[in-house]
Design a protein around this ligand. Structure first.
Ligand code: 4AD
Ligand code: MG
Length: 430
């Protein structure tokens, strides 16, 4: 019977065959312990000399790291390992030998590992991080599908910029200038007027010269956009969504979080509602805490965000930023034209901003003023004005960065380990 490591629990005391690779090995004269991995998980195979043929024992004893095989044996409970099961091996069929695998169980430098990302993905920790990523993706679809959202795919090649013109990847489009999408938002606003509640989930690109542990050049963003939903209502959906994802990861990634040594008590607390603090109060708080470099009107950097987040053990919404430092499409506060109806959601434990969102302008006259202030002209922007012209309604939306969320939930400190093949300022390979 052919099965996988993830299904092993269903085969206790039965003989099965698993296609696997050798992750690591320990052996003595009479016994070999094979650390096996098959993509679905990791499990130990025990080869006892007296239980197998001489060839099988020799093969097991001399096998190199990452050699592939079909391995056959009986599944037994193993209370000492977190996985809970191991295989008592009866036979091994070699598929392909692996000689001199570059990533050994010893420590390697990050640049070396990044150069070997195509192989590094096989390691236990990287495997766990990608499984957490997968669970965030799965639960995201579940949340929005169950909440009546329609998935809409905005274009990647665009003629306009949603988030400012300095961080655009330029490309040539049959004699015209085009960009890789920074955000699907403008298209999602069009879609919200057609479908009510929509979301997108796709790659976005920022030609950012930032070399920090939170910035990627290519990253994935979840962008919900909702008609007839105001700023406050949007915050409620955001906190429900994030809580749902955190609880799903806790529920479905127990082994992975264990491998990652994640402090579960920090994640178990994450339940809606989340605290809110206005930008004004956040500035006051920072000044009170001795930040002399900040004044009203400045954008927050990572140290500021971390200092604010440390005041709470939950993600915190910083609301109503100055209009000056936010995007052109944000709706001004009804009582104060210097701030906008927006919020950034800051993750706890120093993982930074995971969501940027706002209520959008729904007034043609004001939008035309913003176009002039931001110098937005040409056909790439004209269509967007028509959304304001034909039955505009209050609407809000937000964008959650997948990789920063993976970093937070898996507890890895750099986003380069949260996406299979990271694109960084100095890295386009592998
Ligand atoms: O705050 P941002 O720039 O917001 C937007 O793009 C809006 N148009 C979204 C919307 O309202 N539909 O980006 C949203 C999130 C950030 O909070 C962050 O989590 C992530 O995207 N993000 C990045 N993640 C990794 N690397 C980068 N360079 C990122 N830039 C933004
Ligand atoms: Mg932002």
């Amino acid at each position: 019977m052919k099965t996988t490591i993830s299904q092993a629990a269903k085969f206790v005391d039965k003989t099965v065959t698993i296609g696997a690779w050798l992750a690591n090995k320990r052996s003595s004269g009479k016994i070999a312990f094979l650390q096996l991995r098959d993509g679905t998980g990791f499990m130990q195979g025990v080869v006892v000399k007296s239980d197998v043929s001489e060839e099988t024992f020799e093969l097991a004893k001399n096998m190199h790291q990452e050699t592939s095989m079909y391995i056959t044996g009986t599944i037994v409970e193993d209370t000492r390992s977190p996985f809970g099961y191991e295989m008592q091996v009866s036979d091994i069929e070699l598929i392909h030998e692996s000689i001199d695998y570059p990533i050994t169980p010893k420590e390697h430098g990050t640049e070396f590992l990044m150069d070997h990302r195509h192989l590094w993905l096989r390691s236990k920790k990287q495997h766990a991080v990608m499984k957490v990523r997968n669970e965030i993706i799965r639960s995201t679809y579940q949340f929005f599908n169950e909440s009546g959202f329609v998935k809409i795919d905005p274009p990647i090649l665009t003629g306009s910029s949603a988030e400012g013109t300095t961080e655009l990847f330029h490309t040539e489009y049959f004699g015209e200038e085009a960009y890789l999408s920074q955000s699907g938002q403008l298209y999602l606003e069009a879609a919200a007027m057609a479908f009510g509640k929509v979301f997108s989930f796709g790659p976005t690109f920022r030609a950012e010269k930032s070399k920090t542990r939170r910035h990627l050049i290519e990253f994935w963003m979840i962008e919900p956009e909702m008609a007839f939903v105001d700023h406050e209502e949007s915050l409620e959906i955001q906190e429900q969504y994030v809580s749902f994802v955190v609880q799903s990861v806790l529920e479905n990634c127990k082994l992975e979080l264990n491998i990652l040594d994640r402090d579960l008590s920090k994640l178990e607390k994450i339940k809606a509602p989340f605290p809110r603090i206005t930008y004004d109060d956040a500035v006051a708080l920072l000044i009170e805490q001795g930040f002399t470099d900040i004044k009203w009107g400045d954008d927050f950097g990572a140290p500021h965000e971390t200092a604010i987040a440390e005041k709470f053990d939950m993600p915190v919404f910083i609301t109503n930023y100055p209009a000056e430092i936010k995007a052109f499409y944000m709706k001004p506060h009804p009582d104060r034209s210097d701030v906008v109806l927006c919020a950034d959601l800051i993750a706890p434990e120093g993982y930074g901003e995971i969501i940027g969102g706002s209520q959008r302008i729904d007034d043609l006259k004001l939008m035309k003023e913003r176009y002039e202030q931001h110098n937005l002209t040409g056909p790439a922007y004209e269509w967007y004005l028509e959304l304001q012209k034909y039955g505009s309604v209050p609407h809000s939306g937000f964008g959650l960065g997948l990789e920063r969320t993976v970093a937070w939930l898996s507890g890895v400190d750099h986003v380069r380990e949260t996406i299979p093949f990271p694109r960084l300022i100095n890295r386009l390979y592998p």
